[in-house]
Ligand binder design. Structure first.
Ligand code: UD1
Length: 430
């Protein structure tokens, strides 16, 4: 089983290039099959989740041609079935996106129910509510979501909770419905805006993405387009916090600073220096970190996907911090692992009470999910001594070449497969 072997202690110093947004790429790849014409997508991250989705789309007849590692040409003109049969897609949360895309285009979709990280209840009732409001029948059967409609007709939909997935899924289906759909209480995340921009570049009429009311005027069909995916807000934030945790000096390149405002504000609040440029951010940390209170919220609030990363930094701060996750109730599974490294954290319901400690010490730990896995790696980079991180497959779901990017910044980290390789790493790094 693949693991990361890490010898901590080196501050991260240098420049790192951020890739395309995973959470924008996934719905955009699904939406690309909504036209029979060819779509060219650039700045696509090469990670497990995007690769699984592309393979599943190929399985129903989509032509997928990789132009290079980060670009792909997609043509959904020869799709021969609306039923996705793919074992891997069940493992990713974004399994729900082909439903909105296929339902919009073919008025029918049969897709495995989504999996993804086990971070709490991940209901899809709001997706279902939206599809039904557009006139579709929805059935959950044998692990599949089955939707069908004679016609999709625009509707006024109020989301009971702010959901990224439901907003995007309803937006996709409504794009090819008759008449106008209004989604109220919609998610405002940058990736919601990116999907709307992509669909509009294919001929859709979507207005208001990025606000909490989205208006979609249905069109008969979409056409081909060329589109570049936005940079990954969470990959950028992870590296920015890695600079804070390791007392480093990082230039995080190819980002949209506006998308990072809540992350930047917290870094400054806890004692880092942050410089903003047109498309990069510099984060310098030279002092002991200060404690803070953090509450995760839908965008533009502090992202739940950055909660473990900030907790890892605050566990080294000078005082007591409070971190509350209002989005997912089971997102503190990394706390046991971090405790093995010396952290002092008590979890009560959806809140972690963190008493800062002087240092982490290396230990054998396990990544419990994607973002927590990455956060634990940053703790290991700051820790005294050796750490091994198990279950790196979670991290590989969303971070491209994570250990290689860290190595280039001075980290001592290797991907290893067996105890002999770990031993070799220990000897080499002393
Ligand atoms: C997406 C992201 C994930 C991120 C999350 C919140 C992808 C592939 N994943 O997940 O990385 O952490 O947004 O920014 O883009 N909810 C319901 N019913 C629904 C849908 C959601 O109750 O039908 C609840 C969820 O349980 C959760 C909250 O709404 O408490 C937010 O979920 P949502 O925004 O839908 O997250 P995902 O789209 O699953």
């Amino acid at each position: 089983m693949k693991q990361y072997a890490i010898k901590g202690g080196n501050p991260l110093v240098g420049e790192v290039e951020i890739g395309g947004s995973k959470n924008a790429a996934l719905p955009i790849l699904a939406a690309a099959v909504m036209t029979d014409e060819t779509v060219y997508i650039d700045n696509m991250p090469d990670v497990f989740d995007t690769n699984v989705l592309l393979t599943a789309l190929q399985g129903i007849g989509t032509s997928v041609v990789r132009t290079d590692r980060h670009s792909v040409t997609i043509n959904g003109g020869n799709i021969f079935t609306q039923e996705i049969q793919d074992d891997n897609i069940k493992k990713i949360r974004a399994a729900y996106y082909p439903t909105g895309a296929l339902l919009g285009k073919y008025k029918e979709a049969i897709v495995p129910l989504p999996g993804g990280c086990d971070i709490g209840c991940r209901a899809i009732d709001q997706h279902i509510k939206g599809f039904k409001a557009l006139g579709a029948e929805v059935l959950i059967e044998h692990g599949y979501i089955k939707t069908k409609a004679d016609r999709l007709v625009g509707s006024h939909i109020y989301l009971d909770c702010v959901s990224v997935g439901a907003t995007i899924n309803i937006m996709m289906a409504a794009t090819l419905a008759e008449g106008t759909t209004i989604i109220e209480n919609s998610a405002k995340e940058p990736h919601v805006v990116d999907v709307a921009n992509f669909l509009n570049s294919c001929g859709a009429h979507i207005k208001g993405a990025g606000t909490d009311v989205i208006r979609i005027k249905g069109v008969k069909k979409l056409h081909g387009a060329e589109y570049t995916i936005i940079p990954d807000q969470i990959e950028a934030g992870t590296f920015m916090f890695a600079a804070a945790v390791t007392k480093g000096d990082l230039l995080v390149k190819n980002v949209i600073p506006k998308h990072l405002e809540s992350i930047t504000a917290k870094l400054i609040e806890i004692g880092c220096e942050v410089e903003e440029y047109d498309d990069c951010m510099r984060v310098v940390c030279s002092k002991k970190l200060r404690p803070s209170h953090v509450k995760t919220l839908p965008y533009p609030g502090f992202p739940t996907d950055m909660q473990p990363q900030i907790a890892v930094a605050l566990a080294l701060a000078d005082g007591i911090s409070i971190v509350t996750d209002t989005i997912f109730e089971n997102r503190f599974k990394y706390v046991d692992e971090l405790t093995r490294m010396g952290a002092n954290i008590r979890v009560e319901g959806s809140t972690a009470i963190i008493t800062g400690v002087q240092r982490y010490t290396g230990a054998d730990i396990t990544a419990p999910d994607l973002r927590a896995g990455a956060a634990l790696v940053t703790a290991a980079l700051a820790a005294e001594g050796f750490t091994t991180v198990d279950e790196v497959r979670y991290i590989q779901r969303g971070y491209e070449d994570f250990h290689l990017k860290l190595q280039a910044l001075g980290a001592q980290i290797e991907l290893v497969e067996d105890p002999r390789e770990i031993q070799k790493f220990r000897l080499k790094t002393g």
